[in-house]
Ligand binder design. Structure first.
Ligand SMILES: [Zn+2]
Length: 438
């Protein structure tokens, strides 16, 4: 291992558009074995075949971190509970249900963090606000489920659990590096209910199901639903448009060409899956994190889905790919967090095709996030900005794909889909950095 890289440096690198990660990553726990790791340029790739499909469970296991020790037990906090807790500030946000790997290798952080985690294997993940000049008030509690300290390097895997909010006016104490001590309040996840909840007699509920979390069921009994709604002064479609199952159906239909088998149908899980995976701008994601119910999240997500967008170089703006090219290489979905040996967390999006890039250096298997694949650094063709990595394999399917680092590209929204969207936009958020009107 070379000079220990600290989080402050990692932060600097992130702000440096010229930053390129080292071509040969050091201290990799995974070393190549039998397969040839040097001759995997794009031209030499054999045609795609059916054999050797990649095991999509592997990336979520983050095996490049080596074997870590399991940590048992998680404290599920009560809704509204106020807690004093350790917080880690990163460039990325992880939503409930998703995994964050961390490598912590600065002396100060590795000397403070284990003590905290020994008492309580939970911390709060915080990220930057929409103007990148401070901490966003909302975060997610993270359950540490695997950890190991080896040679002054602390490896952690944590899973998002509950949304929380920094208590207004409370002190945010800076400990060291990215560690902070904060007071947060746990935000309740309201139970899914429907607008017609508790308006029908219990004796009839059994026989005539007029509301359900499954849109198909709702339609099956639509005749009874209409009869029932006739007693209310508002048109029936208004109630229909406030059923959570309606938005689940719409979003699943829109994402059908995506990565169908991995998209959860449960409304709450879907609302988090979408914000974790769909190509949204930082502000759009923060806005969704603020919303209090699954229904509100799905409504706004559906509006975001309708916007035409592309993924462009963060530095010069040249188009690299578009959201229709993304696919899932991991059970977590399209977009996952990975960490390099230097402790830098990369939020990475996997795409099938990309354009306007050049490859830098030789393919390497060291510390590969996708076991069996070799990675090569991808740079922007016009400005040499670091975009991500090309992953190639001689044996696995797909033979080649691209992992775009979230810090290397920006989501450009081309046009507004409907006037309805303006209402959401003007209400509380601006789209200063990513929203580029045509
Ligand atoms: Zn560029």
């Amino acid at each position: 291992m070379s000079e220990p890289e600290n989080w402050a440096n990692a932060d600097d690198e992130e702000n440096d558009p010229d930053y390129v990660p080292p071509a040969e990553m050091e201290n990799g726990h995974i070393t190549s074995d039998s397969e040839d790791e040097t001759n995997t340029s794009e031209e030499e790739l054999p045609p795609v075949s059916q054999e050797g499909d990649f095991d999509t469970d592997l990336p979520t296991a983050h095996r490049y971190l080596g074997k870590l020790d399991n940590v048992r037990g998680y404290t599920l906090y009560d809704d509204g509970q106020v807690i004093n807790i350790l917080a880690i500030y990163t460039a990325t946000m992880v939503f409930p249900g998703f995994t964050l790997p961390l490598v912590i290798n600065t002396f100060m952080e590795t000397s403070i963090l284990p003590e905290f985690l020994e008492k309580n294997n939970v911390f709060v993940l915080l990220c930057a606000n929409s103007t990148f000049n401070g901490i966003f008030n909302y975060g997610v509690t993270m359950e540490v489920f695997e950890t190991q300290q080896r040679d002054n390097v602390l490896s952690i895997k944590a899973r998002g659990r509950q949304r929380c909010k920094i208590v207004p006016g409370s002190e945010i104490k800076n400990l060291t590096g990215r560690l902070k001590h904060v007071t947060v309040q746990i935000i309740a996840e309201p139970e899914i209910s429907t607008p017609l909840c508790d308006t029908q007699m219990i004796s009839l509920k059994q026989k005539r199901l007029f509301t359900s979390t499954l849109y198909g069921d709702l339609m099956k009994n639509y005749k009874y639903r209409r009869y029932h709604m006739a007693q209310f002064p508002i048109s029936s479609w208004v109630y229909d448009k406030n059923e959570i199952s309606y938005y689940v159906k719409l979003i699943l239909e829109c994402l059908a060409h995506y990565v169908g088998e991995y998209i959860p149908e449960d409304p709450i899980k879907l609302s988090y899956w979408f914000v974790q995976n769909y190509q949204l701008s930082h502000e759009e994601r923060l806005h969704i994190l603020k919303l209090n119910s699954g229904l509100e999240r799905l409504k706004l997500e559906y509006k975001y889905l309708k916007l035409e967008r592309s993924m462009c170089c963060n530095s010069c703006g040249i188009q690299i790919t578009d959201p229709s090219k993304v696919f899932a290489m991991s059970k977590d979905g399209i977009q996952s967090n990975y960490v390099n040996p230097g402790g830098h967390v990369y939020e990475t999006v996997t795409v099938m095709t990309a354009q306007n890039f050049k490859l830098e250096g030789q393919p390497s298997r060291q510390f590969s996030w996708f076991p069996g694949y070799a990675w090569t650094i991808m740079q922007c063709k016009s400005c040499a900005n670091h975009l991500g990595w090309q992953f190639t394999s001689n044996t696995l399917r797909p033979r080649c794909f691209y992992g775009l680092a979230k810090i290397g590209f920006k989501v450009v929204i081309h046009k507004k889909a409907s006037s309805e969207f303006e209402f959401y936009q003007s209400r509380s958020t601006t789209f200063a950095s990513d929203y580029i009107p045509v």
